[in-house]
Design a binder for this molecule. Structure first.
Ligand SMILES: [Zn+2]
Length: 526
């Protein structure tokens, strides 16, 4: 993911349909400079909390920029946008407008966001007679080989979420909705659809199609993995054991920690990018208990100071994380478009696409073979099948989560109804019962950030197709491919995912290329 200045990941709402009173005049250059300064400070603060467990200070920072959380200012920018005839200037105002309105909502929820972040960064839970940092639970669970201990870790994490943070998260969702309704918007889904110029109803239909099209494949792969790891059908598994299906520890030895960074450097060198000569990008992959486990790239100053933060888990997962975050970091490091809006704001599906293109190399048989990562062809096939299962689980999860988030944000459902809706949606993705939906029904909410991933999965497959066509199957060894990518990265987020699709010669974002890749892999790695 790419960390955003707005914790709730809300980037805005349209006030275009509101009736305007008399708006004061604003100096937009001052507004842009203030907004840029605030984002920089928020990213630094987020980084300090995520990297070192420092107390979250988002609410304090937000309070210093109260002038930006001004509904009259947002309305003014919205009006300027509606009047603007130059498409690029209009787009810039559109990005700024959504950002400002997001800031208004963000200010509302910042104290709660701080509270959640602080609880997670500082809490320690008792597991089997041992104190474990909350932020270490997930990694411990992922790597624990004893089933009984896994159960304890899983229950400790779930109970913590259910008792401590879920009520706060529910309050965030409620406050967001309340604020949005002040502006005549029913809920966040309407706002996000408008901001992204994406028809959420049609998108949901596409995702339902994807779940149907990949159902059989996923069912087979789930059972295969379950039989291989536990010797039982997937229906026999307990939830705390499921993580083991995706772990694939037998492949770890092919991905030693010390090979990870040299491989990254060598890959980029093939594309004509010398990481050593790119001081803008720094990587922190040290293991510290207070570190946020979810990796992210922090563009503190685009083009100048971009920080990758990751907590090592072991195995190929770390390689994938580094490649993914590097995709974001290169987008931010090579940005040349000068406007704050195009550097910072816009639709994150674009940067996620670049992240997935690099991450996808770890599922590319030619890349693995040429880099001598798994020399035995039979082991390589088994590994690629595991990778396919992993990818499929991810895309199916986010496809189902999207449907659930539509219900969650719409509001009007009681807690128990939300829990059962969450169960129903998750079971549509995983195809087996979910034992404790009350753990995840709030903590899984990402305020539609998953839309970025979903669009990026589809668009990355299309972009890979273009890279292969233009620069050959080993496009990552071509400096021309590097130049081509730098040309795209230079634009920052000026292009929306749909515009990026057109820029590379595709009519629109289409899940078909991605589903074809999955099906080809399923047929090839038997
Ligand atoms: Zn990402």
């Amino acid at each position: 993911m790419r960390r955003t200045g707005l914790v709730a990941l809300i980037l805005g709402l349209s006030l275009g349909c509101c009736t305007f009173g008399c708006s004061p005049r604003y100096d937009l250059e001052v507004v842009r400079a203030r907004a840029e300064e605030m984002v920089t400070r928020i990213l630094e603060a987020l980084y300090n909390t995520d990297a070192r467990g420092e107390p979250s200070t988002l609410a304090d920072i937000a309070a210093e920029y109260e002038d930006l959380a001004d509904p009259a200012l947002a309305r003014y920018v919205g009006k300027q946008r509606d009047r603007e005839t130059d498409p690029r200037a209009r787009k810039r105002l559109d990005y700024l407008f959504f950002d400002l309105v997001g800031t208004i909502v963000y200010e509302k929820v910042a104290p709660l966001s701080d509270e959640i972040a602080n609880l997670e960064a500082t809490s320690v839970v008792r597991v089997g007679g041992e104190d474990v940092a909350y932020r270490d639970l997930g990694i411990r669970l992922f790597n624990e080989t004893e089933s009984a201990l896994r159960e304890s870790l899983y229950m400790a994490q779930g109970r913590f979420d259910a008792a401590r943070t879920n009520p706060l998260r529910a309050e965030v969702v409620r406050l967001e909705r309340e604020e949005l309704r002040e502006y005549g918007y029913p809920d966040l889904s309407v706002v996000e659809a408008e901001r992204r110029h994406l028809d959420f109803g049609a998108f949901d239909d596409q995702l339902t199609g994807l779940l149907d099209d990949t159902r059989e494949m996923y069912w087979d792969l789930s059972n295969e993995a379950s039989e291989r790891v536990f010797g039982v059908a997937v229906t026999e598994l307990r939830d705390y054991d499921r993580g083991r299906l995706f772990r694939g520890p037998e492949f770890d030895r092919h991905f030693p920690p010390e090979r990870m960074r040299p491989l990254m450097e060598q890959t980029l060198a093939g594309m004509g990018i010398d990481l050593a000569a790119l001081p803008a990008v720094s990587i922190d992959d040290e293991d510290r208990p207070e570190k946020e486990p979810r990796a992210a790239s922090y563009a503190v100053k685009p083009g100048k100071d971009v920080r990758i933060l990751m907590k090592p888990l072991g195995g190929v997962a770390d390689y994938e994380t580094l490649f993914h975050e590097m995709g974001h970091a290169l987008n931010d490091a090579f940005v040349t478009v000068p406007e704050y809006e195009f550097q910072r704001l816009g639709d994150y599906g674009t940067t996620e696409t670049y992240a997935f293109v690099l991450e996808g190399l770890l599922s590319n048989p030619v890349f693995l073979e040429k880099n001598g990562l798994i020399s035995d062809p039979a082991v390589r096939k088994a590994f690629l099948r595991q990778q396919l299962f992993d990818d499929l689980a991810g895309v199916r999860y986010y496809a189902a989560l999207f449907g659930y988030e539509l219900l969650l944000h719409r509001g009007g459902l009681a807690d128990e109804e939300l829990v059962s809706a969450y169960r129903e949606h998750m079971e549509r993705a995983r195809l087996v019962p979910l034992e404790h939906p009350e753990f995840g029904y709030m903590s899984s909410n990402e305020d539609f950030y998953g839309v970025n991933y979903l669009e990026a999965w589809f668009l990355a497959a299309q972009l890979r197709g273009v890279l292969r066509e233009r620069f050959g199957v080993e496009w990552w060894t071509s400096p021309e491919a590097g130049e081509f990518m730098k040309g795209l990265w230079a634009l920052g987020a000026e292009l929306s995912p749909a515009e990026l699709a057109q820029k590379i010669g595709c009519e629109r974002i289409d899940p078909a290329a991605y589903v074809e890749e999955l099906q080809a892999a399923y047929a090839a790695y038997r």
